[in-house]
Each structure stands twice: as structure tokens, then as C-alpha cells.
Design a binder for this molecule. Structure first.
Ligand code: 5AD
Ligand code: SF4
Length: 361
């Protein structure tokens, strides 16, 4: 059998290699994998961190995903939507703080009124900031026309996680109805790419019923689909969801964390020029989570700019951090410099993968 070092030296990793590397349990092997991924990162995207300001502008959601704390059947939370003025105020703050991009995230709403509101919001933000801000939307599955309208109004990037690339597993973690269709989600991802968004997707790691083979296939899915940006983090239990009943059967948190780092590292090796987020979920499972994510190959941080009064109503999982304190870029910068990483303020931090893809026509 090949050693981990020998596998890491191969010019191309097979599915079996990926499975073997995801299955690492030895500390030395884990370190070798992460060292290799970090070397790839330095060569391709550099020791740079791009900051995005996250605005969780509404927790209204028509879906009922079994794992998520803001699913429509969770009646314990208060539903909110920020006013346009609140969003403009946060955007102004983001600009003052030298953010070059914001992420507008919400649950999934599909009324025509919602689509129109977003269009007018984006149009206004674009007028108010032009050209100093990149806008990422993350508002679930929408029609082709709505995506096109949002793109035309100035949204450059879109995040839509596939959650898992295994259709069977997808069907186990979602209710069985037309609103939760794997095929529609795939179609939406294709539409986003066709329209011309920098397209981001991602998955959760350590879901009930998920296997290492599923995770290997998720990585290959990202590669085959030519994705530009990835956000993936450990699955975390929310106690007011149906999936809380599987808590005892999950990988222990520390193992889920280490597996998440191996996923990031392998992704960086497989897709050297994409943007990878060090997610909040990583930080939730381990206090040094995001820094570890950056050292395993991630290069983007999303700092939560949602006003603190709303945080308790946007808990996708238990113990989501930041419900008490604000996240300040300056503090991050100091911490990051200690690990050799530097926040970049004079660059949009577009996915190099996307830029190359487009310049080749
Ligand atoms: N644990 C981790 N991530 C979650 N998400 C939703 N619920 C959870 C959870 N319990 C992620 C999903 C979704 C994103 C907004 O948050 O991947 O796409
Ligand atoms: Fe809604 Fe997204 Fe949560 Fe599903 S994961 S319930 S779509 S917010």
C-alpha cells in the first residue's frame, strides 16, 4: 500500500486516493496532508485572506430542511426581515471598514414581491457604492428569470450549497416533496453558471448517514462542475430540529473538525485556484477553527455584520458564535498576522478560477 506521502506526491489523485486521505486518523499523516495543501495555497492564491461582510437580512424560509434551525416548522424563533434602510446602513459601515464585498443571505422566499425587492435593493446599493463593492447573494433556489434579473441589477456572485452531491442522502436530509428537489437544486446551479455568476456551492460534513465515499464524491462533484467558490463546514446539531435525534450517532466533534480540515486541504489540492471559505461552523466546533481552516487551504472569511439583536433568530445550529460580540476586522488582522496570513483590502478577491474560466471564453 502507498504511504500518505507517496499519494501526496502523485500528480493526480484518484477517487481511491481521496478516500484514503479523507480516512487519515494518524496525526503525522494529517499534518502532512495539511502541509501539502498549504504549500499549494501559497503557490496559487497566496497567504492572503479576503474579507466579506455577511448580512443575514431575513430568516423567513419556505423550506423545512431537517437539519436547519430556521426551517419553517421551527416556531420557537421570531421571523424578521431587515428594512432597506438597515441594509444600507450596514453596507455603509462595510465600506467604511474597507470591505470589498458583502454577502446578502436569507432563507428561501419565492414570491415575485421578494424578487422585486431584491432587485431594487441591489440597484440602490450599486448606485450608492459603485464601483467599490462586490455583491454576493445567497437566497436559495429561484427561477432562471429571477437569477437573471438579479445578475443584471449587479449581483456578481451567488452561493447555493448542494448540501450533499448524493441524491439519496439529499433525500434523507430533506422532506420528500417538490420544494426540496435535488434535481431542481442541480438545475439552479447550472443556471447560475450559465448566467455568468461567480458560482459558489458547498456541503455539510459529518451529516447523519453520510459516508467518506460521499465526501470524496462531493469533492469530485465540485471539480467536475467547475465551481468557483466553496463553503463547507461541519454539520452541527440544532436541538429544535428533527435531526437532533441523531446526535448520539454523529462523529465526535473533534473528529468531525479534523475531517472538515482534511476536506478543505484536499479541495485546495484538487482545485488550486478557487476561493474557499473558512466557515463559521468550523469556528463553532473549535475556537481556533477559522484560523485552522485558513492553514488547511481556505482563503476567505465572512464576518457577520448582521445587527446583534437579530442573531438569536438566525441560529442555523446550536452555539453559533457571535451572538454577543461584534466581529472586528482589525482584531482579525492581528490574529491572522501571527499565522502568516494577511487580510487584503485593495482587491475584490474574485475567484481566480472564475477569472481564468471567463478569459478563455
Ligand atoms: N449545521 C451546519 N450547517 C448548517 N447549515 C444549515 N443548517 C446547518 C447545521 N445544522 C448550512 C447549510 C446551508 C447554509 C446556509 O447553512 O449548508 O446551506
Ligand atoms: Fe431554509 Fe436554507 Fe435552512 Fe433549508 S438550510 S431551512 S433552505 S435556511
Amino acid at each position: 500500500m502507498m504511504t500518505v506521502d507517496e499519494i501526496l506526491d502523485k500528480p493526480k489523485l484518484s477517487r481511491e486516493d481521496i478516500i484514503r486521505l479523507l480516512s487519515i486518523s494518524d496525526d503525522k499523516e494529517q499534518k502532512a496532508l495539511i502541509r501539502k495543501a498549504y504549500a499549494v495555497k501559497i503557490k496559487t492564491v497566496g497567504q492572503k485572506v479576503y474579507l466579506r461582510g455577511l448580512i443575514e437580512f431575513s430568516n423567513l424560509c419556505r423550506k423545512n430542511c431537517f437539519y436547519c434551525g430556521i426551517r419553517s416548522e421551527n416556531h420557537k424563533i421570531n421571523r424578521y426581515s431587515l428594512s432597506e434602510d438597515e441594509i444600507y446602513r450596514i453596507t455603509t459601515y462595510a465600506i467604511q471598514r474597507h470591505f470589498t464585498g458583502i454577502v446578502l443571505q436569507s432563507g428561501e422566499q419565492n414570491s415575485p414581491a421578494f424578487a422585486k425587492q431584491i432587485t431594487s435593493l441591489i440597484t440602490h446599493i450599486k448606485k450608492m457604492t459603485n464601483p467599490s463593492l462586490r455583491i454576493t447573494m445567497s437566497a436559495g433556489e429561484q427561477s432562471y428569470e429571477t437569477y437573471q434579473e438579479w445578475f443584471d441589477s449587479g449581483v456578481e456572485r451567488y452561493l447555493l450549497r448542494i448540501e450533499t452531491s448524493n441524491e439519496n442522502l439529499y433525500n434523507k436530509i430533506h422532506p420528500d416533496n417538490a420544494v426540496h428537489s435535488f434535481q431542481n437544486r442541480l438545475q439552479c446551479l447550472e443556471n447560475l453558471q450559465k448566467i455568468g455568476f461567480q458560482t459558489g456551492t458547498g456541503i455539510m460534513i459529518g451529516l447523519p448517514f453520510q459516508t467518506i465515499n460521499d465526501l470524496a464524491d462531493d469533492l469530485l462533484f465540485f471539480k467536475n462542475r467547475n465551481i468557483d467558490m466553496i463553503g463547507m463546514g461541519p454539520y452541527l446539531v440544532h436541538s429544535d430540529t428533527p435531526f437532533a435525534r441523531f446526535s448520539a450517532s454523529l462523529l465526535p466533534p473533534e473528529e468531525r473538525f479534523q475531517l472538515s480540515l482534511r476536506m478543505i486541504a484536499l479541495l485546495r489540492i484538487l482545485m488550486p485556484d478557487i476561493n474557499i471559505v473558512a466557515t463559521t461552523a468550523l469556528q463553532t466546533i473549535n475556537p481556533a477553527g477559522r484560523a485552522s481552516g485558513l492553514l488547511a487551504g481556505a482563503n476567505v472569511l465572512m464576518l457577520n455584520l448582521t445587527p446583534i439583536t437579530y442573531h438569536d433568530n438566525y441560529l442555523l445550529y446550536d452555539n453559533k458564535p457571535g451572538s454577543k460580540e461584534e466581529e472586528l476586522p482589525d482584531e482579525f488582522d492581528r490574529k491572522l498576522q501571527q499565522i502568516g496570513e494577511k487580510i487584503v483590502y485593495n482587491d475584490y478577491g474574485d475567484s481566480i478560477h472564475f477569472t481564468k474560466r471567463n478569459s478563455h471564453g
